[in-house]
Design a protein around this ligand. Structure first.
Ligand SMILES: [Zn+2]
Ligand SMILES: [Zn+2]
Length: 629
């Protein structure tokens, strides 16, 4: 018989039953004791040590219930450890945070990423926690080339690190599933598997079930509406090979005197929004989809994914791009309210809509929308609020279809401030740290530091969280970047050094300080002293040569590491970085053939080693970053 049993009141949600099972599973591994789970109608009053787990209503509303904002409470009372949270998802977070205080670490995806050291079960009754999440939105958006297993492992990790949101892009995420399952970027890794739309939708459903099990928040779609609303498929960046009818053409944006698909790609095409049929058709299409998909908490209503493709007809010219967009968003919001659909609509500041609206405003009564700030071309060498990250770029005032998105951060903050004058409701940033920047600059420590600072600053920027547009295999060479994101969104007071030390200690134990020195020395040289791009892209041969010298200096240490699962990724990273550095060095000296030969070697290495790295590194994205996929 175990010393401590876990109780929850029945009936309860799937998420709380899962939370109880997770607590039992991890505690049994950590303590070598067995724990029973007892569903009960009332909690036992027998003075025996116990763990009680449930929603606030099970505990006389000791904290308020709240579906949007996460709060957790672990408190001890006469030998009873009581675990609760503001909603079922938060109860699960309370379990994971309790396990962390007990010594657990979640250093990578899936069970393999669990670090569960031995501990004494009695100590569970000495832990108190009370915390409000610093931000409402703490999410990840699907990108890159993931398998369903990679994705489910990522969602599992996200819940452990108290992230709460997942965005499945497009009406089905087939574009991303196909990248993995066709595996055309590395045919020697696996046989291609054909994914049609029904298989893709089944995979989406598996993702949604995994989110529901944990009480996480589902976001869906994004781009594609403009094409879909006029009957053309828009579920990826593919070219359209069918026939566009004259009726469809008449609804599309007119550019340089002509209407049609923008460079042949449906999702990159805008419509003629002053055309009532195009406007109403788009609005109704979004509303109908929301009505058919009540599983979606937040439906992303984005326009096309290309810049400078807005309609130039005389009627459309009367309003700015963002004014057209806000009119569409408000029309969708109004119709959803009329038919009593609770889904919230996410709209964004991005490419065509960088400039704030001029005539339109979104008033406080439009309370079923969320604003998303997506500074895709920003600088990732500096944090967002760094004052000297500026180069005199414009923050608005571009002529129609002549927008030049900034590459420095001061202009982006100005863009955000201007939008906030037209709307001050719920909002989050949608950023791209683990899309190309990590793979391009290969500076995990530097990027983690930028993320930590940015996530701290979101509050002063008036943004209530972050949804990260990123690959789902993102623990390369270590999970430091993800850790910094998740930890700081959960608690913006967390110290960066604590995040780094805890992460590296769990992976490298006694060697953690040496690995930190290695990453720190690389960080100093990978992030340039001036400029806004990483050293590998700087074209500065002298600086790249210093990078190669640092890699040489560390070569004996890296070679001395064992081939264990914890060290392998670091050894792999060291080698990959050397190929990239040598290529960049020759590129900077104008030696194109030599530069290309090192990229060939790097690609071959990535392909040969994908079997070992695929859970941690998105090989497709790394290849894509150097133009080879
Ligand atoms: Zn027009
Ligand atoms: Zn900068």
């Amino acid at each position: 018989m175990s010393k401590i049993a876990i109780y929850y009141k029945k009936p309860t949600s799937e998420t709380i039953r899962f939370a109880a099972r997770e607590l039992k599973r991890c505690l049994e591994i950590m303590t070598d004791e067995s724990l029973d789970i007892h569903p009960c109608t009332t909690f036992p009053d027998n003075n025996k040590p116990a763990i009680w787990i449930g929603e606030p209503s099970d505990f006389n509303n000791i904290i308020p219930s709240n579906n949007l904002d996460d709060e957790i409470l672990v408190t001890q009372n006469y030998g009873v450890c009581m675990i609760t949270g503001s909603n079922p998802r938060s109860v699960l977070y309370a379990v994971y945070e309790l396990l962390e205080k007990f010594g657990a670490r979640w250093i990578g995806p899936g069970k393999e990423g669990e670090y569960l050291p031995k501990a004494k079960l009695d100590n569970i009754t000495k832990i108190d926690v009370h915390h409000h999440a610093s931000y409402r939105h703490r999410g990840v958006c699907i990108e890159g080339a993931p398998s369903i297993k990679h994705t489910l492992d990522m969602i599992d990790w996200m819940a452990k690190k108290r992230m709460n949101t997942f965005l499945l892009q497009f009406k089905t995420s087939i574009f991303f599933w196909r990248k993995w399952y066709s595996h055309s970027y590395n045919e020697r890794f696996m046989k291609p598997v054909d994914i049609d739309e029904s298989v893709s939708l089944e995979m989406d459903d598996q993702v949604i079930k995994a989110l529901e099990k944990r009480g996480l928040i589902l976001h869906r779609v994004g781009h594609g509406w403009t094409a879909e609303s006029i009957g053309i498929k828009g579920i990826g960046w593919d070219r359209f090979d069918g026939e566009v009818t004259p009726q469809q053409k008449a609804l599309m944006a007119e550019i340089n005197g002509e209407r049609g698909l923008f460079h042949g790609i449906p999702i990159n095409t805008e419509l003629c929004y002053s055309n009532n049929q195009a406007f109403e058709g788009l609005v109704n299409h979004v509303v109908e989809y929301a009505n058919e998909h009540k599983e979606i908490d937040c439906l992303h209503f984005w326009l096309s994914d290309a810049p400078n493709n807005f309609c130039e007809c005389p009627e459309c010219r009367k309003l700015s791009q963002s004014d057209h967009y806000v009119k569409l968003v408000k029309a969708v919001s109004k119709k959803l309210k009329e038919i009593n659909i609770k889904t919230r609509i996410v709209f964004l500041c991005y490419t065509n809509t960088l400039s704030a609206p001029v005539t339109e405003k979104i008033e406080i009564d439009v309370d079923n929308v969320v604003f998303m700030f997506a500074p895709i071309s920003r600088c990732y060498i500096h944090h967002l609020t760094y004052k000297d990250c500026e180069s005199g770029e414009k923050a608005d005032g571009w002529e129609l279809n002549k927008i030049q998105p900034p590459h420095t951060n001061e202009a982006f903050v100005e863009i955000l401030r201007k939008w906030q004058k037209r709307y001050d409701g719920d909002s989050f940033i949608f950023d791209y740290y683990l899309w190309r920047p990590l793979h391009d600059y290969l500076n995990p420590l530097g990027l983690a530091r930028i993320i930590h600072k940015d996530m701290q600053d979101l509050m002063q920027l008036g943004l209530n969280g972050h949804v990260s547009c990123q690959v789902l295999r993102c623990f390369y060479p270590v999970g430091l970047v993800m850790d910094a994101m998740a930890e700081t969104l959960w608690d913006r007071g967390v110290q960066f050094s604590d995040i780094v030390n805890e992460n590296l200690k769990a992976i490298f134990t006694d060697e953690a300080d040496i690995v930190l020195n290695y990453l720190e020395e690389l960080n100093k040289i990978l992030s340039p002293e001036s400029g806004h791009v990483g050293t590998l892209r700087s074209g500065n041969a002298e600086r790249i040569n210093s990078l190669i010298a640092i890699l040489d200096k560390w070569e004996p240490y890296i070679s001395s590491l064992s081939d264990s699962k914890n060290s392998y990724n670091l050894m792999h990273y060291h080698k990959l970085l050397r190929f990239r550095a040598l290529s960049s060095f020759h590129e900077a000296k104008g030696e194109k053939e030599k530069a290309s030969a090192y990229i060939d070697m790097m690609i071959d290495y990535l392909k040969r080693t994908e079997r070992r790295t695929h859970r941690y590194l998105d090989t497709w994205m790394e290849m894509h970053t150097v133009g080879r996929a």
